[in-house]
Design a protein around this ligand. Structure first.
Ligand code: ATP
Ligand code: MG
Length: 579
């Protein structure tokens, strides 16, 4: 798709951001720009700007799909930028996992010429140079008030702020102080650099916001070179402008920061640092997902208090967690497309995420049989020691994917739920005297069961009809209402299966300051031993299957061993929540 596309990708649903980009493209707003080497720049350049201070979660995935998706659909590009201006909270571990997660989601920040992976800390020299210019031009000053005085003079929503007594100190004095701040002559908090805007502005963010503060702290990339660090609100728009970003998309809480975003870039354009058109900020609603929490701080608490088994616990809404759970990147992209983007915050129901997952997996996942709650079924009239192959399609809607086969023998595992000694009304599966079809095999008639001394059923008995095998002419002579799955006892693969469900039982686990630990779903994880169709034994890590009648499962990417997969339940076949 070329840059001159006026309607965006035909398949992508429209949203207000596409409307804005379409209008900009039509007006030629960002047309004809070139980079420093004179190469033409795309008319849409977005960026995903995570702070490397935690693991990405499903909310970030929305932002990733949005930023990279728009760039892709408009023939532009999206930068991966680490917003690492805050020295103490950032670590390499987080940089690595973010790179990994964005790549896994299916997006790339590389193009033919460049990597387009950036760190805000790479701009520290230029950010500082611009700060000196702002001081010289009278747009910024060093404030030497105490933190308390500064807070007191800031005013409130109903009251204007008061000018700092240092606001009108000569630019040369501010410049000297700024240089000495940089040289390390002062302690943290002794001075601060502020933009000179309007202490009476109704927008608190315009009341001379801080742009540089003293912080004697080690930075994960610049080490001890700096002891002053730029504020986010200062570094962010400048990073966007340095990278020639066109549309800078952020969540709604930054709406009140936009006037400063525009103010700082306007001043710097006047100073000759940037040429117009400048990047523009647009806000969209953040993702709030029911039955989940998406605050980095609370996710950290789940990990630290060992409520979950780490950042990649398959119940976590982190990207590493949902990846391990068995979600596909395509299902997340589909989800992001379905929820779209809006200008007002709202809740998205977990069932929409799970629905996208089911739709994606249904089309892809090969089918196998798994018995999760095993009970033995003995076919008394089937010869001992004999076995025969039964065939089934790999995928019922894709005959081209061929067939699989697995053995049937005298002793089978069936689901305990598929037998009732005394059937309830409407029960069509195994009970004495009733016939059912063993899926892909024979019709059998139940003859009774064996019990232990406590009265628990330990085996079910039946006899089979030798002319009833599925796929043969005789099969049609038998009309049965029940159809149950099974695996052959001597051939089955015994495997650990982790039955995961939603981590929280409450749709809004942390709403209104609630303690989300009270909202945990006690049944979010149970570990069982299951018997699976022989083919499951060769599953590789990350292989996904539909276990017929049960749901979708994946070979766990961490704990599976060659020839000995461990499975995670990704999602059940149908949504049973709230029903
Ligand atoms: P937290 O507030 O939980 O610590 P954050 O939003 O500050 O997370 P960042 O690393 O700064 O984390 O986020 C990177 C990008 O992802 C930002 O542009 C941010 O707006 C976006 N983002 C974060 N959370 C969500 C969400 N729930 N829905 C949509 N976008 C989000
Ligand atoms: Mg943030």
């Amino acid at each position: 798709m070329g840059n001159d596309s006026s309607s965006g990708a035909p398949s992508a649903p429209s949203n207000f951001l596409r409307g804005i980009i379409d209008a900009d493209t039509q007006a030629g707003k960002y047309a004809g720009r070139t980079d420093q080497e004179g190469q033409p720049l795309p008319t849409v350049i977005t960026r995903f700007p995570p702070e490397p201070n935690g693991y990405l979660h499903i909310g970030h995935a929305k932002s990733i799909c949005l930023n990279f998706g728009l760039a892709r659909d408009y023939g532009g590009r999206c930068h991966l930028r680490f917003d690492d201006t805050n020295p103490t909270r950032e670590e390499q571990e987080y940089v690595d996992t973010i790179i990994d997660s964005v790549g896994w989601l299916g997006f790339s920040w590389k193009d033919a010429a460049d990597e387009h992976q950036y760190f805000a800390s790479d701009y520290f020299d230029r950010l500082y140079e611009m700060a000196e210019w702002l001081v010289s031009a009278g747009h910024a000053y060093v404030d030497s008030q105490s933190a308390d005085d500064m807070a007191a003079n800031r005013g409130s929503f109903s009251e204007p702020g008061r000018n700092s007594p240092f606001r009108d100190r000569p630019a040369s004095e501010s410049l000297d102080l700024l240089r000495r701040m940089k040289a390390g002559e002062f302690k943290d908090g002794e001075h601060i650099l502020r933009a000179k805007i309007d202490m009476a502005s109704p927008n608190m963010n315009m009341r001379d916001p801080a742009i540089y503060r003293i912080r004697h702290a080690h930075h994960h990339r610049t080490g001890d070179r700096w002891c002053i660090y730029p504020m986010y609100d200062y570094a962010h728009p400048i990073s966007d402008a340095i990278e020639n970003i066109t549309h800078s998309l952020c969540t709604l809480e930054f709406q009140d920061h936009r006037p400063f975003y525009d103010w700082i870039l306007e001043r710097l354009a006047e100073g000759g640092f940037f040429t117009k058109p400048l990047p523009q900020q647009y806000e969209f609603a953040r993702l709030n997902l029911t039955y989940a929490i998406t605050s980095k701080r609370k996710l950290l608490q789940l990990v630290e208090e060992k409520i979950v088994d780490g950042w990649d616990d398959p119940r976590m809404p982190t990207i590493v967690g949902i990846r391990r759970r068995g979600f596909t990147p395509e299902s997340i992209q589909l989800f992001a497309e379905r929820i779209g983007v809006a200008k007002a915050d709202s809740w998205i129901d977990m069932s929409i995420l799970e629905g996208a997952l089911r739709d994606d997996l249904d089309a892809k996942a090969p089918r196998i049989v798994g018995v999760l709650n095993p009970l033995k079924l003995v076919i008394d009239n089937y010869p001992e020691g004999k076995s025969e192959e039964c065939t089934a399609p790999v995928h019922p809607h894709h005959p081209e994917r061929g067939n699989r086969s697995f053995p049937l023998s005298r002793e089978l595992w069936i689901e305990a739920e598929d037998f009732m000694e005394v059937p309830s009304k409407g029960y069509f599966r195994l009970f004495p005297g009733n016939k059912v079809r063993l899926r892909y095999g024979y019709v059998v008639e139940c003859t009774g069961c064996e019990k232990d001394e406590h009265g628990n059923v330990v085996a079910v008995h039946c006899s089979y009809f030798a002319d009833s095998k599925s796929g043969t002419d005789g099969a049609n002579n038998y009309k049965v209402k029940g159809n149950i799955h099974w695996v052959s006892v001597p051939h089955a693969v015994k495997a650990e299966v982790r039955m995961y469900d939603r981590l929280f039982g409450d749709p809004h686990p942390d709403a209104g300051g609630k303690d989300f630990r009270q909202a945990l779903n006690p049944e979010s994880k149970s570990v069982i031993t299951a018997y699976l169709e022989a083919g499951a034994g060769t599953a590789q890590a990350d292989d996904r299957f539909q276990f017929e009648r049960h749901g979708y499962f994946v070979a766990d990417r961490v704990d599976s061993m060659p020839g000995q997969p461990v499975f995670n339940r990704i999602v059940t076949l149908k949504d049973s929540w709230g029903k």
